[in-house]
Design a binder for this molecule. Sequence first.
Ligand SMILES: [Zn+2]
Ligand SMILES: [Zn+2]
Length: 131
Amino acid sequence: MSAAQAVADDGIDHGSTRGYYQHRSRKVVPICQPCRDAYNKDHRAKRAAAKAWNGGMIGGPPAPPRPVPTGRDCAKSGCGELATAPQPGARMVVVSWPTPSREPARWYCAGACAAYGRALAEVRAIGDRRA
Ligand SMILES: [Zn+2]
Ligand SMILES: [Zn+2]
């Protein structure tokens, strides 16, 4: 049996990350060099990507405020979404506070959620008053 046949018969995708895992799951050892190389290359690329992302988070501008889970338990998708987003639903209203508030304008369901949003914006505005 030639080496070429051995490669074809084991059903492993040699030279790929997939092949590397196939070696491991099928206990086809030792793992061949093309598979190790592919795995290492992929691993390094993932690490580099993670590092770049972390660097961006630390060095870049602060992340925009995140949507709050509103009306606290409201399950409506889009409720509490920032008002810079398109209107999430027909009965959604923008809630904003007239004076500067740490709470940005957001979409809320008309009714209880909007009331909750106004209260939140008011509390955060009060917190900024220093007079
Ligand atoms: Zn292999
Ligand atoms: Zn809601």
